[in-house]
Design a protein around this ligand. Sequence first.
Ligand SMILES: [Zn+2]
Ligand SMILES: [Zn+2]
Length: 787
Amino acid sequence: MDDRVVSVALPLPLQAAFSYRVPEGLPFPERGSRVLVPFGARRVIGVVTGTGSSVPGLKDVADVVDETPLILPPLLDLARWVSEHYLAPPGECYRLVLPPSGVRASRALARLAADPGPTPDDPVVNALRAGPLALSTLARRLRRDPTAHLLRLRRQGVVAVDQDLRAGGFRYLRIASLTGLSVRPGGSAQAEILDRLAKAGGRLDVPGLVRGRSTLRGALSRLVAGGAVAVAEERDMRSPEILEGRKAVPLDLSREQAAALGPLREAVASRAFVPFLLHGITGSGKTELYFRIVEQALETDRGSIVLVPEIALTPLLVRAAADRFGATVAVTHSELSAGERHDQWWRIREGESRVVIGARSAVFAPVADLGAIVVDEEHEASYKQEESPRYHGRDVAVMRARLEGAVAVLGSATPSVESHANALSGKYRRLVLSSRVGLQGLPRVEIVDRRAILKSGGDPILTPPLVEALEECLARGEQAILLLNRRGYATSLLCRECGQQAACPNCSVSLTVHRGGATTECHYCGHLSKAPSACAFCRGEYLRLTGFGTERVIEAVQAAFPKARVARLDRDVARRRGAVAGVLAGFEAGQTDILIGTQMIAKGHDFPRVTLVGVVDADVGLGLPDFRAAERTFQLLTQVAGRAGRGDLPGEVVLQSHLPDHYALRLACGQDYEAFFNHEIEFRRTMGYPPAAALVNVIVRSADAGKGAREAEALAQALRQGAVGKYRVLGPARAPLARLRREHRHQILLKGRRGAMRDAVRRALVERYGEVRWPGVAVDVDPVSVM
Ligand SMILES: [Zn+2]
Ligand SMILES: [Zn+2]
């Protein structure tokens, strides 16, 4: 066996890892090091995952990027687990643990290592005589790929390549500082330099120091030569402004919080993997417990990760963490610039940041020696990544804690049915916070039957009880939240002559009407167009808007309460950078009376002057063909009801519904989680849905409906072999979303034992498509939704 063969995961949607030989002359890369390898006509950077298998015709590693492994061993194990658990391409999974842009090769710099002497006309040497060049620049000058040529020169010791990619992404500042050596300034320019430095506290960046007077540059170099001033390059860390906080003191704990903290502290101290489910009703003070264990981990020099569903929607938690832990906090989220993201990654990797707060992907942050990992609002669907690799951030967090001997805390006011079942079976330890911090009890809830209101010709958006509650709330000078989990103006455009709805040209869904009726948008593929003036089917010109979204609610509220100050928050508003923070801050500051929005307003905000929550249509989502419809509705309604009455004012909730007797609604009103769980788990057992059985969803996509159906049928047949006693195969059938982005979708749903289903799917796909690529097939292990 050749011991110079490594297995490399490439950042490509390929199911296999590839073996390469490490040529003599290159350092042997350890597991977790990045290497540059040829792949087809390209060169790509991959991660060494172990030893490879020696077969004839192996290609050579072109270069070793990291001589000491960059990726921490537990994260390598985690990436492999993600790949195996979710049947996801290994390279895509390893990419999750790499630095941002860590798979780009162009940053490497070549320089002359030794004086080449009068080497006869070597083009690379000649190009480098003037100084180091990036490989990409070198390639452009030579008009070809210089890698092989460079490798030869490197073996001869003539050229060195600095492959430290991280250097390329940093921004450096030249900082001048007083050395303490006292000198007599030689002239007014030197005196001014010393004066400016002294006034700035002894340190200043060079451009700032010489600003406004060109003679200062020369004076500075003379002072440096004389030893009174030193100039050094320092890395400039771009950190998001959210982090400018100060140290805050821990809050006092309630009796209940203190009781829950005991076992958490014990677990952190034990340095063993212990998973907890922290079930705390809204306003019960879960965040303070998170912070206490983060603090405890820090005391023993261990790091922590706090996952939140969406950073922009949890400004309070981020701010509180920054106040509490100061500069050691790193925040990773989608609004960061590429530079900020890069710097945050390296701050964490180098141990400068020990507390990481972020959405889903922060579960892969390179925190060394992890002590605790927290998943706030663990039931949120946004933890699931809906494109490959289709991982669930919560489940990956628990696995990471297991691999690192850390404590995992899953927190929620409305735990997912799976997590609660895990707590009941003893897989997770359960901690309960059942009372609100502060004086107020739970809000009073009124359900309004919209059927009766509609029959009597009343307004379907603002029913009389809701109008009355709003009037009183405004008269008291308090604030209200109105939830409608549906953005846009109208839900569809209906032809009165033929009864057809305006439909997306790419998907099998109707178009949503936006901007007061001016435009239409597909909420699945984003297709945007001017609202049609005639029916596409019969050319009829009588089109009617049906259904309503958040835009219409704003209109209705403004008509009914012309003096009220209203604001909207949904995905349309959130497209503008900073808009979410602006709307939330305006509401928090009392510049808005009524905040209207989708589920974005139901999350962990804490607005002490909100005393009324109106749910305009509580049934949105209940009608979806998804086994989680009731769970999602229960969670959303419980969450939004929890926004009412959080300060010292009592809260009220008005819930409008066509299905006032539905168990998800009734039990959300009473905030009765146990009763909801018992009802829901019965349904899951009867129907064979998680947690009673695992699911694997296989979606076959094809531009041609017939071809897609045939592929799906063949796969389903292969999957049925050997299914007996292990899993059931449902379908193939057209997916509930039968056409998406011009592709027809057929779905095969497997229910049963996860391991057996995964093996069977892999076997069937390898048999049909081979080891490397499974074109047109998406495999979703543990889907959160089967639409
Ligand atoms: Zn028509
Ligand atoms: Zn569409």
